[in-house]
Design a protein around this ligand. Sequence first.
Ligand SMILES: [Fe+2]
Length: 308
Amino acid sequence: MSLHRLTSVTIGVPNLDASRQFYRDFGLAEGTPGRFSSRFGGEQLILVEQAERGVLEVGIGCHDTDDIGRTASALSRAGVESRVSDSRIQIHEPVTGLAVRIEVAPRIEPDVRAAHVENSHGARPRLNRRAPGIVEPEQTRPRKLGHIVIGTPDREITQDFFTRILGFQLSDQRGDHMAFMRCSTDHHNIAVSQAPRHFLHHTSWEVDDIDQVAQGAGDLLAVDPSRHLWGLGRHFYGSNYFWYFRDPAGHYAEYMSDLDEITDDEAWAIQTAGQRGGAKAWGPPMPRHFGAPWELDKIAPLPGMARL
Ligand SMILES: [Fe+2]
């Protein structure tokens, strides 16, 4: 596969200063005002002030200039209009108009820190010492941008754009409603959801482990409990632990860990219907408007939340 990860996401927000504060508290490092880095992914979140909230651009990394050439050829064969330079391709997803930038970017290598181990039913790998999560508590700092989820008025066409034209692999599909696609070994890097209009549902940020998910949540909610949206839980699609928050613009942001990893396309069994039910394997009930956040705007905009 030519592509190997998300590089960045650019989001429009109507309240830049409040949104900047949120993502600083979230654990991203702000360099230039409005531009945020994860621990291992470089500059991965760019906030831009504009009247209405929304996603403006997503960046996708490829290995080298040969990948740029191959992708440009595939786009040309598919009749997709693009702007191509030596190290970058600019295109737009046809249904939503979402700008997609494909660029040469370094891989994110697994870090060499010793993995945290947990005592469980079948194994007791941690003996005679306390859990790392209590011995080494530190502010949660996301490792990388893991995925984004967008709404589209035509899931089939948007899904086709990412899979057939750009080369993403389908990991799971929740009926006609939602598709989870990957351009790396992560279970999903982009998911698309059928919706009345284009919108950004959430950005998801990988953290080390469940301790970091819950510790980050505690720190965010200590500042403002109304940031809480949904968590702690474990998703069915992707298996990851999750905790979702609402940023001041109304975008959702997720801490996640322990996502399914797919290294062998043949070995992975794609699920195309929700035999196991809804979005969660366990966790609190899904908030009423989680799957349809635009309804929140029709009913009662939250303080500082722009209407879609
Ligand atoms: Fe997610």
